[in-house]
Write a protein that binds this ligand. Structure first.
Ligand SMILES: Nc1ncnc2c1ncn2[C@@H]1O[C@H](COP(=O)(O)OP(=O)(O)OP(=O)(O)O)[C@@H](O)[C@H]1O
Length: 632
């Protein structure tokens, strides 16, 4: 039943991958599933906008009737007709205002809903995508896609698309009226559409490329800001603030220059869009007056012609802005779907094996862990020719065979870069093995849903990530619903020796700030450990989560772990001899292979590389002033 996934194909990095360049209409069509629920309100909004522009076009018709009738016609009828005409213009003007209000009222809601819906789908996708994806995609690129790109899209939905439809309709209806009213005069006016169309194509091509560049650069800039804020302590400690500022300023200047190029391209296009209709209007004005003088056209028709032309000129001049908005929205949609379309290689099986749970919903099982012929390569690792002649990313782990007995604490030991963390991350499927299998109580970990597997396996990393929330919420993050009581919280806190939480200003309800920055490294690590314990797993994967603790506190934690978590299988990545000494057995990882398994003393007696690793760890401890004397 095992869902043997193929080796993960490389996730394309955003910076080096060619940007998606689908035709604009094809891109816009992708919005349909999001827009469909709101189509009624969007259509009503578009109808209101259309009504407003038709009302604007109707006013010149009344003007024509007014000029030809009351103003130039019979003096007796002038008075009454004039009032009627004024009342009509006023009514049409009020209708136009009402339509504009209706457009805003109908469209505002749907556009914000579409934005929220798309943002939530993006967040769900980001949660679902494997760690390999996040290794490749900088945070700022994801942030800019979920925030500024979707904001641009909302503005386009609320204004751009509607005005584009309305303006196009106004121009087409206006063109029809101009031809019907002015005959050849209308045709001369419309001749201006030829250069405008040619320029529009050129503009569209240029603007699309710059718009993409600008949005990508803004994503990179967001990444820099995010990294600088995240690493503010390092920057300050190394006095690199000025350097960081200089490189940020250079990057910000690149964005500024791209924005200027973008604005220049748009300004040039707008210049032609404004100039061409004005020139054509001048020519038609000259010819129109001549026609009136020759008696080929009435004064009222000429007034109406120019009033209509004035109504049409506005939308023509706005075409540049609206096209720019549309192309920017298209880029935003492309960038959004680049993430949404990324295939997920770490998926749930079609027929998952359910996990056992007790009456309280806590996972049950022995927790026996077995690695059989496990191989692993990071998809972005340097490629090399393998024995079978196939070029593949170089393997980090190869031919791993390891049995971790139920309830046993197994330490993983090896030199730096040997692959210990990588091996530990394969258990909860943060990455999938590229060959071989990992089983938990005889079931391939890929045969459980990821949710179930992560109920069975809890992880605590050296780099403890805490969320901007209370201690309580941070610790009970992964706890089963029935095990979220104060007693459960206290138990996890006790085992992790995190008693300091009771001394915080609001005790366990204290908000610990973004990533728990207000806590020390050791305190953060103990909270991360408490979180793993509170999850009530069958297997605990500890990636050196006690590295920031002093040896005596580490011993207390380890003792509590052994005493309280009896029966829970623990795989611990060990960087300190003291951690190793507390394990039941130790596995030696050497150049991506397990070269020895046994108790600490057995390995000391028989395994040369192990002795070397342990003495290196001892040496590091000594240099850090924390000698433990485990080897001796
Ligand atoms: N996301 C990644 N993409 C590509 N290579 C990676 C990635 N993460 C780790 N590596 C590489 O995999 C190898 C093993 O790394 P790993 O972190 O598993 O070693 P480790 O034994 O835990 O090291 P340490 O003791 O220093 O923590 C290293 O060469 C590392 O550069």
């Amino acid at each position: 039943m095992s869902s043997q996934n193929p080796p993960s194909p490389a996730v394309p990095p955003p910076a080096s991958s060619p940007p998606t360049d689908t035709p604009t209409l094809a891109t816009l069509r992708r919005l349909w599933p999001f827009a469909r629920p709101a189509i009624r309100r969007l259509s009503l909004g578009a109808l209101c906008a259309l009504g407003a522009s038709l009302a604007a076009l109707a006013i010149p018709q009344v003007l024509e009737a007014m000029v030809n009738g009351p103003l130039l016609g019979d003096a007796d009828a002038r008075h009454t007709s004039l009032w009627w005409a004024i009342a009509l213009v006023l009514a049409i003007g009020l209708a136009e205002a009402a339509f504009i209000y209706g457009r805003r009222a109908f469209i505002l809601g749907p556009s914000t809903h579409i934005e929220a819906h798309m943002r939530s789908d993006l967040f769900t996708k980001l949660q679902d995508l494997p760690v390999a994806f996040h290794d490749r995609w900088p945070g700022g690129q994801l942030l800019s896609r979920s925030m500024s790109d979707l904001g641009l899209l909302r503005r386009w939905l609320a204004f751009g698309i509607v005005m584009l439809v309305v303006n196009t309709t106004t121009i087409l209806v206006g063109a029809g009226l101009l031809i019907s009213m002015g005959g050849p005069l209308g045709l001369v006016y419309l001749a201006g559409a030829v250069p405008v169309t040619i320029l529009s194509f050129r503009f569209s091509r240029q603007f699309r490329a710059i718009s993409r560049l600008s949005q990508d650069q803004q994503g990179d800039l967001a990444t820099t800001v995010e990294e600088s804020v995240h690493g503010i302590r390092v920057l300050k400690a190394f006095g690199r603030g000025r350097h960081a500022l200089a490189s940020f300023a250079a990057q910000a200047d690149t964005v500024r220059q791209t924005e200027i190029r973008k604005a220049r391209t748009l300004s040039l296009f707008t210049f032609f869009l404004t100039t061409i209709p004005e020139v054509v209007l001048g020519v038609t004005l000259f010819w129109g007056i001549a026609r009136v003088v020759d008696g080929d056209m009435s004064v009222g028709a000429l007034v109406a012609f120019f009033a209509t032309a004035a109504v049409v000129t506005g939308p023509v001049e706005q075409v540049g802005q609206l096209m720019a908005m549309t192309l920017t929205a298209k880029t935003a949609i492309d960038r959004y779907f680049e993430v949404l379309d990324t295939p997920n290689e770490v998926t749930d099986p079609v027929s998952p094996v359910p996990i056992g749970r007790d009456a309280d919903g806590v996972a049950t099982g022995r927790g026996e862990l077995a690695f059989t012929g496990v191989e692993f390569a990071y998809s972005d690792a340097r490629e090399r020719v393998r024995d079978d002649g196939v070029v593949r990313p170089a393997e980090i782990l190869s031919q791993i065979h390891l049995q971790v007995r139920a309830g046993e604490t197994m330490a993983l030991v090896g030199l730096t870069g040997a692959g210990k963390t990588t091996l530990a991350m394969l258990v909860p499927r943060l990455y999938d093995v590229t060959a071989g299998s990992i089983t938990l109580d005889g079931v391939d970990v890929r045969d459980h849903t990821r949710h179930d597997l992560r109920t069975l396996v809890a992880v605590a990393f050296e780099d403890a990530t805490l969320f901007s929330d209370s201690v309580r919420e941070n610790v009970l993050l992964g706890a089963p619903a029935s095990r979220r009581t104060d007693a459960d919280l206290d138990r996890a806190v006790q085992i992790a020796q995190a008693h300091f939480v009771y001394d915080l200003p609001d005790g366990v309800d204290t908000t610990i700030g973004e990533e728990g920055l207000s806590l020390s490294g050791g305190q953060r690590q103990r909270l991360a450990l408490a979180r793993a314990i509170a999850a009530r797993p069958r297997v605990l994967v500890l990636d050196d989560p006690l590295s920031a603790l002093d040896v005596s506190t580490e011993e207390l934690v380890e003792e509590a772990l052994r005493r309280e978590l009896e029966g829970i299988t623990t795989l611990v990545v060990a960087h300190r001899p003291s951690t190793v000494a507390l394990a039941d057995r130790v596995a030696v990882l050497q150049d991506g292979r397990i070269t020895g398994v046994g108790t600490h003393s057995e390995l000391l007696a028989t395994h040369e590389h192990y002795r070397y690793v342990i003495s290196s760890l001892e040496e590091s401890e000594r240099m850090a002033g924390r000698a433990t004397g485990v080897v001796a």
